[in-house]
Design a protein around this ligand. Sequence first.
Ligand code: BGC
Length: 810
Amino acid sequence: MSIHHDTDQTQDPMAAQARRIVQALDPAARVRLLSGAGMWSTEEAPGAPAVVLANGPNGVGKQVADADHVGIGETVPATCFPAGAALGSTWDEELLEEVGAAMGREARAEGVGVLLGPGLNIKRHPGGGRTFEYLSEDPFLAGKAAAALVRGVQSEGVGASVKHFAGNSQETSRMRLDSVIDERTLREVYLAGFEIAVREGRPWTVMTSYNLLNGEHTGESRHLLAEILRGEWSFDGLVMSDWMAVFDRVAGVRAGLDLEMPGGRGAWDARVLRAVDLGELSQDDVDRSAARVVALSLRAEQARAEAGPAAVDRDAHHALTRRAAAAGTVLLTNDGLLPLSALGRVAVIGAAAEHPRFQGVGSSRVNPWRTETLLAALRDRLPELAYTPGYDPVTGTSSGEQRQAAVAEASSADAVVLVLGVPAGLEAEGVDRTDLAFPSDLNDLVGAVVAANPRTAVVLVNGAPFELPWADEPAALIEAYLGGQAAGAAIADVLLGDSEPGGRLAESLPVRAADLAASAGFPTTAPTQALYRETSNVGYRFHDTWDVAPRFPFGHGLTYTSFSYGTPHVTGEGTDLVVTVPVTNTGARAGSEVVQLYVHDTESTVHRPAQELKGFARVRLAPGQSCDAELRLDRRSFAVYDVATGSWLVETGGFELRVGASSRDIRASITVHVESDDVITPVPAPSGPVATGEEMAALLQRPVPALRPLLPYTTDSTIEDLAQTWLGRRLRSLLLVAVRRQVPTGGDQATKAMIEAVLAQMPLRGLVAAADGRLGLDTLDRIVAVLNATSPTARRAGARLRNTSAQRSA
Ligand code: BGC
């Protein structure tokens, strides 16, 4: 495997200039570049101004002050675009480029050089706290969507940062959790989306994740950063850490983690310099990363100059976010009630119509310069409208009185729009859900309202899947997700048929959480390890391979018209194929269809998911109109990752190319025969959807790693972990008081709960960055040593650990 570092070898004049700038600096100044200046900026160098960074994935979250990194402090007003879950559901790369460009324009106008997003971690389990922020359960769709967003942002002279690289699938213990994933699953599921985003989007930066991956902090993994990202995928940009993710900066520089964020006032500088002096770290590694930081600045300067002054047309962006929200809205069921006729009396029930939820809680939060409510949007257009809240928007609870009022309004209306916003706290960064239960009062409200008036359209306002036992009861069901600042208007557009519901599920909606293979290990109960025993059995790969019906399948979404598919035909050579399928709009309204292509390997040496998405195309057709949808396949569409040879291989044989409107609505298929010289190395297949310990060890090609004990303490121990010992508990109380004092006050209940979770899960090393120069690494090491020395249990645990490692090295 050749490992190359592009910035170093490239002939690119900008990279050469960056190297010259670095060469002119003294060693300490070079090292200083390797960590940020404060919370939101890089350090400057002569001729290379600082680069301002800001969240995020669905709009510019530029903080007014260096307040915090989790979305509490005030940010500049910006357009709040739909959350990742809604953006992913658009299956529309062109639209996502437009959205990206609008975010890029706003970022440029604010002097932001790099926007921290998109986030494209695989939705391993619907309960993940950031499911609302991520794009899909499928790497192909997530990768394509992320690449489009990146292209859009960067077309405006602002860099993007694809995050969180990689294997960051849960919030619980996220800052020191080891994601144990076998290499094939890693490549085929968890890295494939990043690969597409990097190759096709060419982001300026990549952000590493908080978690460890197979025993290494991702920001210290040469395998991930040097071999895969730069070596195999030819990434030529800068790698930065997630905020306070750095464990060992020296190891990070060695692996190619160029920039530590936030700065931490150069807390690591002395250790990095010493490591160079001692020969533990090469000066070349330092210079290379420093040059990448400088190159980012030069790139940002040049791109900004080329793009010119940013004229932000806020109204146009508002209109765009409204269009994007409708495009991500999924019509799950409809017996013909929708689109609603404006005639007659419509009862709007649901506090979310008046107090809209349109974004998730956490670092992705945007300060919208304008919002529109569904209630106002419907009032403008419906002559006879009655409204009652039905429940409390903060708690999701409904009193007897509220329910009675809802039933009364429903009974006397011609049709009902029941809007159910789940409490914000159920979907927050830093906090996972341990079950997928929909708030029980809202379940009851659905029952009561539908019984009072069957002509009810239920609109779900949430960022991630919930169990919906009543899904078939209402006349229509819409998943509106968290649609950004114009979500209210967009939902009205869809309800009334002014916009089509453009969305298709980018994630499966399960019947029950308990059905899911990933539930076997989610969220992990072991605080230091997440074992991905379900391997690739995530989302539809699980449902379709093990024949477990979801409530609504991946790719599903109805329209207000209907489409028929003709017979597909295939042209091309080998694996470079084009599948052409005629599609006709057979309904009475214009609309668009997302034609999806799933590949099923009819016979394989190694176990494979029953089918995998390898292409999709959106076609827009007037009533009666037909066109050919074209779906392109290449070698990777057929390949599996062969761990033994470290390569993607295609096996000779038949492949069924399934064309359809969802993973479970296949309309036509065609089998092709592929010839190949590749020989795939056989690997034992787990006997069920969840690998046993032994099967997992076979996949990992090593024993399943033992759980890292909570004692002895290390700098990776969290504030919560300190509860293990007497002195630890004392320190924990003091720290919580001190750290809380630093956090800006204010924020809603959900944000407050998120902050508590984030603080408790903060590793001790994070305190150094948070203390902004008042706590050094040496002092922290001494504190950890004292904590361990004063506890007999910690001392014994330390001795055990030393014995085991001595035995291992003997
Ligand atoms: C999040 C990142 C975010 C960063 C800066 C972290 O806690 O994981 O997604 O970009 O903070 O706010």
